[in-house]
Design a protein around this ligand. Structure first.
Ligand SMILES: NC(=O)c1ccc[n+]([C@@H]2O[C@H](COP(=O)([O-])OP(=O)(O)OC[C@H]3O[C@@H](n4cnc5c(N)ncnc54)[C@H](OP(=O)(O)O)[C@@H]3O)[C@@H](O)[C@H]2O)c1
Length: 289
């Protein structure tokens, strides 16, 4: 009997996370979908179980919460063990499972995609300390604890697997007005660079995908000025899935790769920052006044 793999997607109900959900569903993965938006989760679960013959567990969880990684890992451990409910027991957890009755045996969870992020465009000094903490909580603390627990689970199960972290060109280029976001994304790049070699002997492939601007509701919310080229979320997600485990750091889009090559390898760093920041000031002119 064919074995169905499970994948956990953290930040799965909207934007790029929705694209990951759709693509992995299409590839036949059973899915554990973690997101804080219960309504959006409900919609995406209905959409995929109607279209694909897969099982889905939905976890309504705020990934900023201290125990969010435990909630996700409880669902991961249950995947493939005849689980009926992830039983996360958190406030607002609202776990539920829909089984499309695909009749396959489960092979457990072999893939983690960490897509959720706190992101906000504004001058650094306009952030509150609480806001700054949230960048660390969602983008770094839960991400690292989940990677640690998930890789440990794979090692203990003697199971090969993949871990995909979503980062951004901002994490490589450190532009103005997204300082805490860019710093938190640089953290993920460093995490993947180290772990790529540390986890390789365990047959665990980890990659971080750095994307440029993507056409998601979150980016559109930032009200950037100008005619900005935006990548299609489905194309970014497809590229990230394809590259996962092949390279520690992968950059989506030829133009982005070329820009990064010039900025990191050819231009002096002050000149590189000048060009990157000039582009940001054009996109967000109100902050430069
Ligand atoms: N959009 C871009 O231009 C761009 C560019 C480069 C890299 N990226 C990266 O790509 C990823 C996805 O970006 P996106 O624009 O699609 O962002 P997004 O919509 O904010 O995030 C994707 C999903 O994660 C959820 N999420 C966010 N914070 C959460 C939390 N604390 N707990 C649980 N779920 C949470 C979102 O729910 P809510 O809708 O409720 O927030 C959404 O459903 C991020 O890691 C981002 O850094 C984005």
């Amino acid at each position: 009997m064919e074995q169905a793999q499970w994948a956990l997607i953290a930040g799965s109900a909207g934007g790029l996370g929705e694209a990951f959900t759709l693509l992995l569903a299409e590839q036949g993965f059973n899915l554990i979908l973690a997101d804080r938006d219960e309504e959006a989760l409900g919609k995406i679960v209905t959409k995929i179980v109607t279209k694909y013959d897969i099982k889905v567990v939905s976890l309504c969880v705020d990934l900023a919460d201290e125990n969010a990684w435990r909630v996700c890992m409880d669902a991961v451990r249950d995947a493939g063990c005849g689980m009926q409910d992830a039983g996360c027991g958190m406030q607002d957890a609202g776990c539920g499972m829909q089984d499309a009755g695909c009749g396959m045996q489960d092979a457990g969870c072999g893939m983690l995609v960490y897509c959720a992020a706190m992101s906000e465009v504004k001058p650094f000094l306009d952030h509150s300390p609480e806001n700054l903490n949230r960048f660390i909580d969602v983008n770094n603390r839960t991400a690292m604890l989940l990677v640690h627990a998930f890789a440990g689970y794979l090692r203990d199960q003697k199971k090969p697997g993949k871990i995909l972290l979503m980062s951004s060109l901002a994490g490589l280029m450190s532009p103005v007005y997204v300082t805490p976001y860019a710093a938190s994304k640089a953290f993920l790049i460093s995490l993947s660079r180290s772990l790529f070699y540390e986890l390789k002997p365990l047959q665990i492939g980890i990659s971080v995908c750095c994307a440029g601007i993507i056409n998601t509701p979150k980016f559109l919310e930032s009200k950037a000025h100008g005619d900005i080229p935006m990548a299609d979320p489905l194309k970014v997600a497809a590229y990230a899935i394809k590259m996962c485990g092949k390279k520690a750091v992968c950059i989506h889009g030829f133009t982005n790769r070329l820009s990064y090559f010039f900025i990191s390898g050819i231009l002096p760093s002050a000149l590189a920052s000048y060009f990157v920041n000039r582009a940001m000031r054009k996109m967000y002119p109100t902050f430069s006044r």
